[in-house]
Design a protein around this ligand. Structure first.
Ligand code: HEC
Length: 194
């Protein structure tokens, strides 16, 4: 029988195509938490950030801020795992670093300072999610704000906004530039980034 080279070549190309697409999907899973922008250049709300690396939970309760803290909740902060791995190796946040900060309300106790009695003692304990802010490092896109874009997805109970436009420098970047210890990040408050 005569070999049909045309068909053989097609089958081989199909094989290469399948192999390439399976490699691409393996890369996708490694790239967990990569920033996704829509056609308007807005950041899409990160999915699955609770599976990322947990950096810490700063807390600025009303009870310690004359009853009116700007962010009276726990600030649960996460970083995408690939970026964390590079940071651990090099001490540098690579382009593609995404930091998600979810605000989490405190459980209300009987005390004026907002504290609560738990079997472990009196203190502050987490209740429900109540807002989300995100930072993305991209030295091309966000050159004007020290290589980081800042995004607010709402300060309220979920669902948060689907997408968010980068905030003006004065709303976010300025304070981080002035006060954050390393590359716009408050590394001074996260021992695992030391
Ligand atoms: C007045 C200063 C100030 C402003 C304005 C500000 N931040 Fe922050 N931000 C902080 C401080 C201090 C921390 C770390 C301690 C904490 O969470 O209380 C922080 C933490 C963060 C974190 C976690 C990573 C880190 O660096 O600790 C993200 C994400 C973040 N801010 C996003 C934003 C966004 C988005 C805006 C604007 C909508 C914003 N911030 C405005 C002071 C500020």
């Amino acid at each position: 029988m005569k070999t049909n080279w045309k068909i053989m070549t097609r089958v081989m190309l199909l094989g290469v195509g399948l192999a390439t697409s399976s490699v691409a999907s393996a890369e996708d899973t490694q790239n967990m938490g990569a920033a996704v922008f829509n056609g308007k250049g807005e950041l899409m709300r990160p999915e699955g950030f609770r599976q990322w690396v947990f950096l810490g939970a700063p807390l600025t309760p009303n009870g310690l801020n004359n009853g009116s803290a700007g962010f009276p909740e726990f600030h649960h902060v996460y970083v995408n795992p690939d970026a964390f791995a590079v940071y651990e190796r090099t001490g540098v946040f690579p382009d593609g670093t995404v930091i998600a900060k979810e605000l989490v309300l405190l459980k209300h106790g009987k005390y004026k300072d907002g504290s609560y009695d738990a079997p472990s003692g009196r203190g502050y304990f987490a209740d429900k999610p109540n807002g989300m802010d995100v930072m993305v490092k991209d030295s091309k896109r966000f050159k004007a704000t020290n290589n980081w874009g800042f995004f607010n997805f709402g300060h309220h109970a979920p669902p948060y906004s689907e997408a968010s436009a980068a905030a003006p420098a004065a709303s976010c970047a300025a304070c981080h530039t002035a006060n954050a210890e390393k590359d716009m990040m408050f590394t001074q408050f996260y021992p695992i980034l030391k």
